[in-house]
Design a protein around this ligand. Structure first.
Ligand SMILES: O=C(O)C1=C[C@@H](OP(=O)(O)O)[C@@H](O)[C@H](O)C1
Ligand SMILES: C=C(OP(=O)(O)O)C(=O)O
Length: 428
């Protein structure tokens, strides 16, 4: 297994041009593929998750033209994928697997969808149940409730609201919202249970609107799409910098003195994870915003511990767990049960690896409580569980003036292939 040895460092300072947002990139690619007209997408993220979407769209017959490293031209299929039979490998990309399942369920073809072993342990039953209510024909190829899936032409007719559970992953609702315009019918979606990760639904609605489809909603319970809604290309689109990826660098600025600036993002971002900066400010960091940047600096003192409901920032909350090591007291991150069904069981993985650094950690069903040690344990070998965020988070331990070993560092390729090179430019 490859290992990356990170030397103890004292300071983080500099500026990082953020890679494009994963959540925005994959939504824009799919919406552009479903729209009429040609869309140019600029600053698209280049990563494993976006490669899975691009490869799938190519196999489905969508004309894609690579203009430059980060820029793609997508000629939309106007709601009908040209290829009617395909076997698609979707890696471990939730933002590909869930939305494509819904889009293909309404595409009148024969499709098999699979992923890596971990993707076959990540739930999809709530989405399949909802799609079956519309008349979609979907079978499980191995375990009920989980990928891989076999989708066949269904008889899509429904006059009842489509009910979907919202308390396991918001990606099920996102998938339905993005795909239902393909049916051409009036649709009402009713969310059962408390919807989690709400800001990701805001991203979905915002991008659907840019492609000309408006959704009416009552709170987070009821969403309505109107008959005849169709996606049309808005022309040229720009992807914002990734707010979850920004969290590692802003955190580095807070604990390594700073200032650290990330560019490609600002306070008006449509990504919920931009609110990570508020949590960082609560911990005592100095945060400044500009038209296209955010800067974080420390104030020379240890961070303040926090007790925070992190349901709105599930990905960036992992960075807060790391920062808890740098606080002068116990921190609690709450309402993060969804961590258990992501790239790995992130609650157990985080607790296990934080303990290797000397922290006292309590792991609950949906929370984690972290008491930092007086001094971090040097030389810990951190397992990353094929989870990009575990690797990125634990790289920050080197700012605790200890060396640290990251096992299997290349797992960052899921969303940020050159993360360690970028981080290296800040550290001294
Ligand atoms: O829709 C999205 O782009 C995402 C939704 C979130 O998942 P859940 O809704 O499963 O929490 C988030 O963790 C994931 O990285 C991206
Ligand atoms: C949960 C994540 O990914 P996915 O889109 O596969 O759900 C993540 O990137 O942290």
């Amino acid at each position: 297994m490859k290992q990356l040895h990170l030397a103890a460092v004292h300071q983080a300072q500099g500026s990082i041009a953020l890679p494009g947002s994963k959540s925005i990139s994959n939504r824009m690619l799919l919406l552009a593929a479903l729209a009429s007209g040609t869309t140019e997408i600029r600053d698209l993220l280049v990563s494993d998750d976006t490669d899975r979407m691009l490869d799938a769209l190519k196999l489905l017959g969508v004309p894609l033209h690579h203009q430059s490293k980060h820029s793609w031209q997508v000629t939309g299929a106007d709601g009908r994928f040209p290829v009617k039979q395909a076997a698609l490998f979707l890696g471990n990309a939730g933002t590909v697997f869930r939305p494509l399942t819904a889009a293909l369920a309404f595409s009148d073809g024969d499709y098999q969808l699979s992923g890596v072993a971990r993707m076959h342990e990540r739930p999809i039953g709530d989405l399949v149940d909802a799609l079956r209510l519309t008349g979609a024909h979907i079978d499980y190829l191995h375990n009920p409730g989980f990928p891989p899936l076999h989708i066949r032409p269904g008889k899509i007719v429904f006059d009842q609201p489509i009910r979907v559970r919202g308390d396991v992953s918001s990606q099920f609702l996102t998938a339905l919202l993005m795909a239902l315009p393909l049916t051409g019918q009036d649709c009402t979606i009713e969310v059962e249970g408390e919807l989690i990760s709400k800001p990701y639904i805001e991203i979905t609605l915002n991008l659907m609107a840019r492609f000309g489809v408006q959704v009416s909603r009552e709170g987070w319970q009821r969403f309505q799409l109107h008959a005849g809604s169709r996606y049309t290309s808005p022309g040229v689109l720009q992807v914002e910098g990734d707010a979850s990826s920004a969290s590692y660098f802003l955190a580095a600025g807070a604990i390594g003195g700073g200032p650290v600036r990330v560019t490609g993002l600002n306070a008006q971002s449509i990504q919920g994870d931009v609110r990570f900066a508020d949590a960082l400010a609560l911990m005592g960091a100095d945060i400044r915003y500009g038209d296209n940047w955010i800067t974080a600096s420390g104030n020379g003192k240890p961070l303040r511990p926090i007790d925070l409901d992190c349901n709105h920032i599930p990905d960036a909350a992992m960075t807060l767990a790391m920062l808890a090591l740098f606080a002068d007291g116990t921190s609690t991150l709450r309402n993060i049960a969804s961590w258990r069904v992501k790239e790995t069981d992130r609650l157990t993985a985080m607790a296990t690896e934080l303990r290797k650094l000397g922290a006292e950690v309590e792991e609950g069903a949906d929370y984690i409580r972290i008491t930092p040690p007086a001094r971090l344990t040097a030389g810990a070998a951190i397992d990353t569980y094929d989870d990009h965020r575990m690797a990125m988070c634990f790289s920050l331990a080197s700012l605790g003036k200890v060396d640290v070993i990251i096992n299997d560092p290349d797992c960052v390729a899921k969303t940020f292939p050159d993360y360690f090179q970028q981080l290296g430019t800040l550290l001294s």
